[in-house]
Each structure stands twice: as C-alpha cells, then as structure tokens.
Design a protein around this ligand. Structure first.
Ligand SMILES: *Cc1c(COP(=O)(O)O)cnc(C)c1O
Length: 369
C-alpha cells in the first residue's frame, strides 16, 4: 500500500519530540475518510485541525494542484504570478479588504498583521503607540511574536525574553478592554471564536465594543480568522456573521484545503503604510499554493457550500444531543458551522485526551482544545 517502509517507532527515533502523534499512521484519505497502514478506516472529524475544509483528495484541489504542478512551482516575489493575482482578487472582492499579503501559515499571517500594526502606530506620530492588546487563552501561532501575543503562557514562558508591549486581558470582558485600550494601543488582536482556547465564541457586544474602542483610540482591530475563516462557521469569514468589520484579517488553515498557505488582508488605508522592503517572504504567494487556494476559496464561496455548512451544523448539534441524552458526557455543545466544541462534564475534566484516544481506537478522529 505504501512506498515507504516506516513505522511509528521511527517518529521517536528521528523526529524532534514536540508532538505526540497517534499510534497509527494515516496513509490515504478520500472525502471525510482516512485509512492507516493496516487499512483501518477512520472518519475524520479533525480535518487536520480545521484545514481540510473540502475533505481529503477533493477533485477541486487535486486538479488545481496537478494542473499548476505541470506549469510552474515557484518563481519568488521578484516576479508576480497569475494564480496569486487571481487569489488576491477573489479575497478582496469577497471581503471588506482592498489588499492581500500572502505567506505560508497562520503564524506568519499574524506576524505580518502585528508588524503592520506597529508600523501604523509609528507613523501615527503618537509617541509610544506600540502596545498590543490580546486575550487570555487566545492562540495566534508559534513564532516568538505570535506566541507572545497568544494568551497561553505555557507556550511562551520557556522562551524568554519575549517581545514586549503586549498586554493580555480576559476574553469577552469589555470593561477590562476599556481599562487598557488607550492612545498608546496600536492593535487589538482577537479571534471571533477562540479555537484552540476551547471553541469559545466572542459575544457580539464585546466585538462591537472593541471596534468602538479601536475607532476612538486609533488602534488597528485585527481579527485572527486563521481557524474560523474560509467557510468554517457557515459564512466565508466569521466577521460576516457579526456585522463588525476588522481593519486587518488573517486567514490560513482551510485556505489551502491542506496545502500550506496564509494571508493577511486589509484596507488600502493600512496596506499603504507598508512600502517595498518593509516585509517579505520567499514562498508567500507561491503559484502552487495560490492555485490551490484560489480553487478552494472560489468553490467554498458559494451559497450552496456555505448553506451546506449550516445544514451540517444543525445535523451535528442534533445528533450530538441525542448521544448526550444517552451518555451524559457533555456539559454544553457550542460553536458555529463546522467548528463545534463539546465541553466535558466536570467528572470528565482532565480526561479529554483519553476520550480522544478512545475515539481513535473506534475509528473516529477528533481534537482536544
Ligand atoms: C492554528 C492557528 C494559528 C496558527 O496557524 P499556523 O498555521 O499553525 O501557524 C493562529 N491563529 C489561530 C486562531 C489558529 O487557530
């Protein structure tokens, strides 16, 4: 079945041990199914952590990738290319944004957003306008800057000294936000639904309040939609469900449907504050990634697909409640679209990993947040 003669022990022998992968190795996927080396079948609810929005080996992505693979893989940003321009046009025409910057991951998209916000703060002429406000339990990536912006000290504390000028406050606490957002604030970065932090939706009033505070103080409002974007919540981007428009939005994960790609999108007002040489990347906007992302984005950005997400949400909630009526394991079931979190009852707290492993043994891949 496989061209490689490798097994799970090889992970321990050859890989830097920052992950603890499952005991089985998936080798093939189709739609929502996966198969491992022993040809055991799994239903994939994890989707590569909110990445495989169209499932595995979807013909849309396979065609886009193989077509582009025969033409041109990489050219570098000394030249532009057709797929990246088509992708940028699609992103701009379907969102609040006027301009896009491409990179390879969510962390890099947030890194670009935070750097742009610092530049905006600098050019504002307000002395010391460089403070970033972020939220407890948030997740923005693993580069030193983004892991410092993230609100989970367990991921950053061993890598001090960390970049400064970042303040963390309680998520969904508007009074706390009012107390810290001021003229020295250059950016507020927030997830419309905290993903890795536990599938916790932001209150609409909270987001509205952040928008007003940013408008009053001249801070840039960044929505980290790395996990909530590209149809995940039933809208193309989650901000569209809220009526609140950010200044900068970051997107990655589902954008490439499994091919690494990320983007920061923003309005002309902010994009124009970056000039040639201010920021860059070797692979960002690479033709292979862009061709796939363009195909994924245009396919998902249709009423039919987005309504399908909402229909499946209703189906999942209904059937998870039926399961819960029988087994009484979940305290609450929450989220939007196909970003759904089941909060375990207190008696199962600390058992999430065990339950997740048991799911794997039963042929169901899920995630712990
Ligand atoms: C996954 C995630 C990131 C980081 O993306 P990478 O591609 O892993 O760098 C950033 N923000 C949010 C909200 C995420 O869920």
């Amino acid at each position: 079945m496989s061209d490689y003669k490798m097994n799970r022990q090889d992970f321990d022998q050859y890989m830097v041990p920052v992950f603890a992968p499952a005991k089985f190795i998936p080798v093939k996927g189709l739609g929502s199914r996966l198969w491992d080396q022993e040809n055991r079948e799994y239903i994939d609810f994890a989707g590569g952590i909110a990445v495989n929005a169209l499932g595995h080996a979807h013909p849309i992505t396979v065609n886009a990738l193989t077509k582009q693979a025969q033409k041109m893989w990489h050219i570098g940003n000394g030249y532009t290319n057709e797929p990246v321009l088509a992708l940028a046009k699609e992103l701009v025409e379907s969102t609040f944004a006027d301009k896009a910057f491409f990179c390879n991951s969510g962390a890099e998209a947030n890194e670009a957003a935070l750097k742009l916000a610092r530049k905006v703060g600098l050019l504002s002429g307000v002395e010391g306008k460089n403070n970033i406000v972020a939220f407890n339990n948030s997740f923005h990536g693993r580069t030193l800057f983004t892991v410092s912006a993230g609100g989970q000290p367990k991921y950053s504390k061993e890598f001090a000294p960390l970049p400064g000028g970042i303040q963390h406050i309680e998520f969904n606490d508007l009074e706390a936000a009012k107390a810290v957002i001021n003229n020295q604030t250059c950016a507020v970065i927030v997830e419309p639904i905290q993903g890795e932090g536990g599938v916790i939706p932001a209150d609409i009033e909270f987001l509205k309040g952040l928008r007003e505070l940013c408008d009053q103080t001249g801070a840039v409002l960044i929505f980290d939609e790395v996990q909530t974007g590209v149809g995940r919540t039933g809208a193309l981007y989650a901000y569209m469900n809220t009526g609140i428009i950010p200044d900068i939005l970051t997107t990655a994960k589902s954008l490439g449907g499994g091919f690494p790609v990320g983007a920061m999108i923003t309005t002309d007002k902010f994009a124009s504050q970056f000039v040639v040489g201010d920021h860059g990347t070797t692979y960002g906007g690479n033709p292979l990634a862009s061709a796939v992302a363009h195909a994924v984005l245009t396919y998902i950005n249709s009423e039919e697909v987005l309504n399908g997400v909402k229909e499946r949400h209703a189906h999942f909630i209904k059937t998870l409640e039926i399961i819960n009526d029988k087994y009484h394991v979940f305290e609450t079931i929450r989220g939007a679209g196909l970003l759904i979190g089941c909060v375990l009852k207190p008696e199962y707290l600390g058992k999430a990993k065990d339950i997740n492993n048991l799911c794997g043994q039963e042929g169901l891949l899920s995630l712990v947040a």
